[in-house]
Design a protein around this ligand. Structure first.
Ligand code: SF4
Ligand code: SF4
Length: 342
């Protein structure tokens, strides 16, 4: 029978061969302290009404529920993106994670291949691949698996990789040799992301208030920006108050009177990378080593007047199979029109 050390070695080798930058393995067990933190974040309202996070919070914290007989989880990270074209953006900014193809499919496909190859070599191995396809706390699992530590901007920072990466999981049925968490505090005295965030969404304790986050406002927010067909005056009102000052999560500054989601978004058309771009752990010039996870640099050359003339056909041509497609043509044009109204 194969030992835990050999199982880890084979699986990690297959995951590296599939193009991933880092991999760590941790037990599939309940993440109780992390679940408590999630509950506090939810009860403070920082999830901005994303109710799916509330509904499955206990399940989300227990990776053993992802797969019948789950014993272990391999967490894999794949760097994404590439530099903006010529280092500049001509028009409104689209986040770096809008890669040329849908990362869910690319990352899941490669992990599935790694799992199949490992299962051919490891007797009795069964597993399931998860890339945003099941409720699970990926970041805390990645921390436990020794990939990196969570930074003040709430993102996982992986030494030598930074925070521009996608995570994927292989949950499997065997005991393996586990990786210890990294001991280091990745931020130390740095607070660049807190100071750079244009909307004050990051608290002094490193909690992110999604209600003030441009990524949430431009990508996830129900009803969209003010230019969306379904938007109502109420849906573009200023953000609600953040966590109570003095709470254990710290506080975010109160918004200026008259602040709206449109005014907070600034030049950001879809997503926001500001708190990552300033982070010293990132090298914005890094190229992804996986084909399909590179940036479509055509997007950086499109000016706002050109976005205003975007047709449904051109939208499909630019975004078919990407995460923007999920927003839909009308939702995306709502963001475009909201920028014009400022
Ligand atoms: S993504 Fe943008 S708005 Fe959100 S916390 Fe980071 S800098 Fe602030
Ligand atoms: S910018 Fe500084 S404080 Fe923010 S996550 Fe990066 S290292 Fe940590």
């Amino acid at each position: 029978m194969m030992g835990p050390g050999s199982i880890s070695e084979i699986l990690k080798r297959e995951i590296a061969a599939a193009g991933f930058d880092r991999c760590g393995i941790t037990p599939a067990e309940e993440l109780s302290p992390e679940h408590d933190l999630l509950k506090r974040w939810l009860s403070a309202g920082c999830h901005a009404g994303m109710t799916f996070l509330e509904r499955n919070s206990r399940r989300r914290a227990d990776a053993s529920r992802l797969f019948e007989g789950a014993r272990s989880v391999a967490v894999a990270a794949a760097g994404y993106g590439s530099p903006y074209a010529a280092g500049i953006v001509a028009g409104p900014v689209i986040s770096r994670y809008v890669t040329a193809t849908d990362y869910h499919k690319v990352v899941a496909g490669r992990l599935q291949k790694a799992l199949s190859s490992a299962a051919e070599k490891i007797p009795g191995m069964r597993g399931r691949v998860c890339v945003d396809s099941a409720p699970v706390m990926e970041k805390p699992l990645a921390v436990r698996a020794g990939l990196g530590c969570q930074g003040r901007n709430s993102l996982l920072l992986i030494p030598g990789v930074g925070s521009y990466f996608f995570l994927g999981l292989i949950v499997f049925n065997l005991l393996a040799e586990y990786d210890p968490p990294l001991p280091a505090d990745p931020c130390r005295s740095c607070r660049k992301c807190i100071d750079a965030c244009p909307t004050g969404a990051i608290s002094d304790q490193g909690y992110l208030d999604a209600r003030r986050c441009i990524s949430y406002l431009t990508v996830e927010r129900r009803g969209g920006m003010s230019g969306s067909p379904g938007a109502t005056p109420g849906s573009v009102a200023g953000p609600e108050p953040g966590p109570t000052p003095g709470s254990t999560m710290g506080s975010v500054p109160a918004p200026e009177p008259g602040t709206t989601p449109d005014s907070m978004a600034g030049d950001n058309l879809f997503g926001c990378d500001i708190c990552q771009d300033v982070c010293p752990h990132n090298n914005p010039g890094n190229e992804s080593s996986i084909y399909g996870l590179h940036r479509d640099v055509r997007l950086d050359a499109i000016t706002h007047p050109e976005w205003m003339r975007l047709t449904p056909d051109r939208f499909r041509e630019l975004f078919d199979g990407t995460v923007v497609e999920r927003r839909g043509y009308e939702g995306f044009m709502g963001n475009v029109r909201a920028l014009r109204s400022e």
